[in-house]
Design a protein around this ligand. Structure first.
Ligand SMILES: [Zn+2]
Length: 441
């Protein structure tokens, strides 16, 4: 029912207590800062210095984590290694360079490739889509958490800032490196998954694996709806197996709390691997059976025994969108059906369907009835036909906005919820803008 709290909303809210701020002493030498901003970052303490793994997303909260570290050790932070180039893992680094301007910042050579690709193609809309996905522009009552982190508050995740020169990595490696600083030895290796620049950091002494964003407590974001290049899903599956092969006793993920215990970590990695391979293999099988992305997005599911596993709930990523990404990543946009090679223009198609239905007003009545009956997706699709016809635009935009809000409330995937709610607000604002323009004419 419109306005009431849905099961999806309740489930997401129930995660709040686990997403709060914790400074975890993982082993005698490893401290993990979780809930200091949206990402998780760590400190490995040696005999004469500290090496950090990732820097957090905001200098203020990263400085607070460093202050917490200072309750345990006075040793200087000599090094920092980035697991990948996303800003929520790097932008906090000025807190580290403020403390030690000579800090060694390490990263793999193809660092920040995802952002550079969008920039090189002038894909400016990626910023607007990113703001929608993260819900930066939503009022607080329309945001919950992201499932793996507290919700983005203004200034928390700077999605649109250019990294400062001070936090650029100066120690670069091709594929592998051994970092030896202050009595800490870390083995770093290329482990492409969420991004091509993802690395695995291994602290063998305490058997701690730092896996960056290749894993967290949610179905992973195999495709980001803000718009990214294909994230090679087969490669991502292999990346999980590479972590598991190390037999880690502790697993520190790019978001959410770490997992400890050899058996617990192995089980978590087994579940994650099987979930990812299951969806990937089922999609490839469906592709080879000649199915289209639209069909596969509805048909491919997680293996039955994993569907409700807490590590694979669709809080941040979404299985259906992953399936579409695998299809287009492997074969490109053409779904294989020749009728879709040159479909009618959406306006032409809408006109023919309206004629068939008995006119645009009939479609509008059907859309309103569908929303009232709880068929919000159908309502939104009918609204799109009407928008393509430019018919009763103001009312249609308002109806579509209500349908999107209803879809959002029932969606578990937070990126999608945020996107739908934000888009609904944009539709309402565009109607207001058009009325104002008409009044001024
Ligand atoms: Zn991240």
């Amino acid at each position: 029912m419109v306005g009431s709290e849905t099961a999806a909303t309740r489930e997401l809210r129930s995660l709040d207590p686990s997403l709060g701020r914790r400074f975890v002493r993982l082993t005698n030498r490893v401290f993990v800062a979780a809930g200091y901003g949206v990402s998780t970052f760590s400190f490995v303490v040696g005999d004469s210095g500290v090496v950090a793994v990732d820097a957090g997303g905001s200098p203020g909260t990263s400085a607070e984590a460093i202050a917490e570290l200072r309750r345990h050790t006075d040793l200087p932070i000599l090094g920092l290694v980035y697991t990948h180039g996303h800003l929520d893992h790097t932008h906090g680094a000025t807190a580290f360079t403020d403390e030690n301007p000579a800090i060694e910042i390490w990263a793999i050579k193809p660092f920040g490739t995802e952002g550079r690709f969008l920039a090189r193609n002038g894909a400016d809309i990626a910023l607007q889509r990113s703001l929608r996905q993260f819900g930066n522009l939503l009022p607080p009552q329309k945001k919950i958490n992201t499932g793996v982190a507290p919700s983005v508050v203004s200034g928390n995740t700077p999605v649109n800032v250019v990294p400062e020169p001070r936090i650029r990595p100066r120690k670069r490696f091709e594929t592998d490196a051994t970092i030896r600083l202050g009595g800490v030895t870390l083995a770093v290796s290329h482990n492409p998954g969420e991004t091509d620049d993802q690395v695995l950091v291994w602290f063998e002494q305490d058997r701690v694996a730092f896996c960056g964003d290749n894993m967290y407590r949610s179905w992973p974001n195999l495709y980001a709806i803000r718009g990214t290049q294909y994230r090679d899903v087969r490669g991502w599956c292999e990346a999980i197996d590479r972590i598991r092969a190390l037999d880690p006793h502790h697993l520190v993920m790019g978001h959410s709390l770490p997992i400890s215990g050899a058996a617990e970590v192995d089980e978590a990695l087994e579940v994650y691997s099987r979930g990812l391979w299951g969806v990937y293999n089922a999609t490839i099988e469906g592709i080879n059976a000649g199915k289209t992305p639209d069909e596969l997005a509805h048909e491919v599911r997680l293996p039955d025994d994993l569907a409700d596993h807490p590590l694979l709930r669709e809080y941040y990523g979404n299985v259906a969108w992953s399936v579409r990404a695998i299809f287009s990543g492997v074969l490109g946009w053409f779904d294989g059906n020749p009728a879709t090679l040159n479909p009618l223009h959406p306006g032409d198609r809408a006109r023919r369907i309206a004629d068939l239905a008995g006119g645009a007003d009939v479609l509008f009545g059907e859309a309103a009835a569908a929303l009232a009956a709880g068929e919000a997706q159908w309502a939104a699709e009918l609204c799109d036909l009407l928008l393509a016809l430019d018919s009763r635009s103001d009312e249609v935009r308002a109806l579509k906005a209500d349908a999107l809000d209803e879809l959002a409330r029932n969606m578990l995937t937070t990126t999608g919820r945020n996107y739908l709610h934000t888009y609904a607000e944009e539709l309402r604002a565009s109607s207001v803008g058009e009325r104002a323009a008409a009044a001024g004419r």
